[in-house]
Unconditional design. Structure first.
Length: 466
């Protein structure tokens, strides 16, 4: 009700989906491209706005805090993340501090985890020494150090900005635990509006927004399963649009491109019970790249070194991974590479692509095997140190071990598939049969049937975490 009173509108409702609460389509259903929710910019956590400030009113503490954050970020005196952490700490204190009355966000914050949750769940709850030893070689290896650094930076800003005035405006001493709680919430509920470099998994992308109504929703890593969020500067609102046709009571999911076993554990205190997903750092420095090829590789998200991709455990090969290997295999042949990407049939279903020819497919498989073996080897050295430290102690109960196992499973599965592809591409008859199978119309019926895209079991929902 408070969100509606503050200007949010749309056909959504909070619903129980059996494995947890989330947002659902309220009635009637919507078509692909229809607006599900309209959110005024004042209902977004944003360092560029000061929604508590009103020209006709004397600034209260919340307005002064928002202005201080906005100015500090604009001047480069504080990072965007520091500013957002400060604002979220302020929002959490509303209703308990003079000058910080309840806002529409207060009703959302009441359903988020309590402050002491961060001491028992997520990356700050894991023993630092255990994190250091068991995290080696995983995608989350450096996350604890980065999180401690970023939260300390924000804590110092709150305590020292304006010679301590900011902390005073918030009602006094702000604890590091409050900032750590805010850090986990931002990473758990950030909503992606577009793809951007996925860097090291903890830096806050400029393409992530924080709309209060979507804090009530659950995440999906895939664009085809989640809503699209865009900002309309003329109307000063965010439009939340259905990416596909949705029935009444179907769950509304926001897109978190970084959702993985590691992020679920670190920021939500959960793990993915199925459809394991991992961020892989792939060393592709051995690839010879013609300067003319690099813009093409960048356009398709395959140009970085190391190449960072989110890959899901699945029966078939992850399409983005394989397509990047195919492009990189042609990086030293810019004319052939350009000819391939200019073919509409090759890019129309990106990242799903077809083999270009037998030689380049063999090169792609060889490149993939080398990069995956290196990724697997990065996990191996820690095993001796783990055995030395923990001996025969049962490790399966330790959360980070679940992440190690999931990421190892993803790498080993890909490695097996790539070795099979390498064998196929060395045999002309088998390769031709493979290409014929790939070119078969997708609409051809499968004798065993197929899973319906968009169902919770097919990777659409965040409800797989549990």
């Amino acid at each position: 009700a408070e969100l509606l009173h503050a200007g949010a509108s749309g056909a959504v409702e909070v619903a129980n989906f059996g494995d947890g609460l989330g947002l659902g389509v309220a009635y009637g259903g919507v078509a692909a491209g229809d607006s599900i929710l309209t959110v005024p910019e004042g209902l977004a956590l944003d360092v560029n706005t000061t929604p508590s400030c009103h020209p006709e009113q004397t600034p209260e503490a919340d307005c002064r805090i928002e202005r201080a954050v906005h100015e500090a970020v604009a001047k480069g005196e504080a990072s965007r993340l520091t500013g957002l952490l400060t604002l979220l700490v302020m929002e959490r204190r509303r209703g308990h501090t003079s000058g910080l009355p309840r806002s529409a966000a207060s009703s959302v914050l009441e359903v988020l985890p309590e402050l002491n949750w961060q001491a028992e769940h997520g990356l700050f709850a894991i023993d630092p020494d255990e994190f250091r030893v068991l995290g080696v070689g995983t995608s989350m290896e450096r996350w604890r150090v980065a999180a401690e650094s970023k939260t300390s930076e924000a804590h110092n800003f709150i305590q020292l900005a304006g010679s301590g005035a900011l902390g005073t405006e918030m009602g006094g001493e702000v604890s590091i635990e409050e900032v750590r709680w805010a850090y986990l919430m931002l990473h758990a509920y950030g909503q992606w509006t577009d793809d951007e470099s996925l860097d090291d998994g903890v830096e806050l992308s400029s393409k992530v927004v924080f709309l209060w109504p979507l804090f009530l929703a659950r995440p999906t890593p895939e664009w085809q399963h989640g809503v699209k969020v865009s900002y309309d500067p003329a109307r000063k609102v965010f439009d939340v649009v259905a990416s596909r046709a949705m029935k009444a009571h179907e769950e509304v999911l926001f897109v978190d491109r970084r959702l993985s076993d590691a992020s679920a554990l670190s920021f939500r205190g959960l793990w993915l019970s199925s459809r394991h997903r991992a961020r892989l750092d792939l060393n592709v420095s051995a690839v010879t790249r013609d300067p003319l090829s690099q813009p093409i590789l960048q356009k398709f998200g395959c140009g970085a070194q190391p190449l960072r991709l989110y890959v899901e455990a699945r029966k078939g090969v992850d399409p983005l991974f394989l397509s990047c290997m195919r492009l990189l295999a042609l990086a030293n042949k810019p004319v052939k590479l350009r000819r391939a990407v200019d073919r509409e049939e090759w890019t129309k279903d990106w990242p799903e692509t077809l083999a270009i020819d037998r030689r380049s497919e063999s090169a792609a498989a060889e490149l993939a095997i080398g990069a995956l073996q290196q990724a697997l080897h990065r996990l191996a050295p820690a095993s001796a140190q783990i055995r030395q430290k923990y001996g025969s102690e049962r490790l399966a109960s330790r959360p980070i071990v679940r992440v190690r196992e999931a990421e190892t499973m993803v790498i080993v599965g890909l490695l097996k598939s790539m070795k099979e592809l390498e064998l196929l591409s060395h045999n002309e008859y088998l390769f031709d049969a493979l290409r014929d199978a790939q070119r078969r119309p997708a609409s051809a019926p499968s004798p065993k049937g197929s899973a319906k895209a968009g169902t919770r079991d097919s990777g659409g929902g965040g409800g797989g975490a549990g």
